[in-house]
Design a protein. Structure first.
Length: 353
């Protein structure tokens, strides 16, 4: 069965990830690509062998009989493009974050349920060796009870494109919390089986929007000096979950710290895990002695994101990165923004959705 593929958005992630990912899969026909920037649409159509290109996604979804699409647009378009595609019975592989907020995310889940199609979120970190290993380790009960998790992604300097869509709240939904935060908050929630958030307290800061320093690779503030930056450059938060566990988080695009770092930590009664920049360590007890395990993760990713999505379409099985889980992730993000604004702890049942 040949599946007719369309890609909405022909920018960075479309080229680096989705189009390359689907090129390696047999039975996928590259039918159409759409970008509002005609030059990008044409360039990508020519380079990657799409039959045609569009500058309006509504035309593309109307005219081409597509089986599935990638949504690789700025965040504010994830919701309208996905819902329209699902209404036309098209499966959707949507980039992260699923949407601007939990309300939109829930409506995307509702549209998916009405259509009976697959909606998967492009949370690519779930498909890595370390995440696969830690998830199996957690599911086997080898951490014991996971009672606390920490995660973060901190940059010395690295605000993406001031004046572009990333720094414009209406288009992005927020700064590093929604951009980087979804990756590692998603992982630690996934390892625990996605408990529901009970309450959140958080704070966001915007201190570097005029900063001119660059990091050691020469990366700092790129883009238009006079452009809009109405999102945070750092967010911190503390979340209580209904399994009794807690989550501590910190995400920043710019900070006066020694080096960039991305990490998660799991604290369990039988073992813990520390992941930092590609290195994973498990700490556990054997014969009443603490031991450190360094898993050899030097093997191919066990599951490929793109083959997995095609498999879900063909077999009807649920995807690994389920949109229902991303609704909870967005509730946490909404809660942190609301808590920062109101300077109060947010209780989900009372204040959100
Ligand atoms: N999974 C990851 O690690 C990862 C990494 C980077 C970006 N992303 C996500 O991918 C998405 C795109 O990010 P990017 O870095 O590729 O951004 P980008 O700006 O490079 O690309 C976005 C493209 O969408 C196009 N576009 C804008 N409005 C459009 C419209 N109405 N119709 C069609 N095309 C339109 C733009 O012209 C641009 O070419 C974002 O949601 C981002 O969060 C994910």
């Amino acid at each position: 069965m040949t599946l007719r593929y369309g890609c909405v958005g022909a920018g960075g992630i479309a080229r680096a990830k989705h189009i390359k990912g689907y090129q390696n899969i047999p039975d996928v026909e590259f039918v159409a690509v759409c970008d509002e920037n005609e030059k990008f649409a044409k360039e990508v159509a020519d380079k990657y062998g799409f039959n045609t290109y569009y500058t309006d996604y509504r035309d593309m979804l109307e005219k081409e009989k597509l089986d599935f699409i990638s949504v690789c647009t700025p965040n504010f378009l994830h919701y309208p493009v996905t819902v329209l595609a699902l209404e036309k019975s098209i499966h959707v592989h949507c980039e992260k974050p699923i949407a601007l907020n939990a309300k939109e995310a829930q409506q995307m889940v509702d549209a998916k349920n009405r259509a009976g199609k697959i909606l998967m979120v492009g949370l690519n970190n779930r498909f890595t060796n370390h995440a696969w290993f830690v998830k199996q380790y957690a599911d086997e009960g080898l951490f014991g009870e996971i009672y606390h998790v920490r995660c973060g992604w901190k940059r010395v300097r690295g605000i993406p494109g001031k004046g572009g869509w990333f720094t414009n709240k209406a288009m992005s939904g927020g700064g590093p919390l929604i951009d980087l935060g979804v990756h590692f908050m998603d992982l630690v929630m996934y390892f625990m089986g996605y408990p529901n958030p009970v309450s959140v307290t958080g704070a966001t800061y915007s201190k570097f929007s005029e900063n001119k320093c660059v990091n050691s690779s020469g990366w700092g503030m790129t883009g238009d000096d006079n452009g809009i930056m109405d999102v945070e450059d750092m967010a911190v938060g503390f979340v209580r979950l209904d399994n009794g566990a807690t989550l501590d988080l910190e995400f920043s695009w710019a900070s006066n710290i020694e080096k960039d770092e991305n990490f998660y930590e799991i604290r369990g009664t039988k073992g813990g895990a520390i992941y930092c920049h590609g290195e994973l360590k498990i700490i556990t007890e054997q014969i009443s002695t603490l031991v450190e395990i360094n898993p050899n993760l030097n093997f191919e990713n066990p599951i490929d994101e793109f083959s997995h999505f095609i498999d879900c379409i063909k077999t009807g099985k649920e995807p690994i990165a389920k949109p229902e889980e991303s609704v909870k992730l967005m509730q946490i993000i909404d809660g942190i923004y609301l808590s920062s604004e109101s300077k109060k702890e947010i209780y989900f049942q009372e204040e959100i959705i």
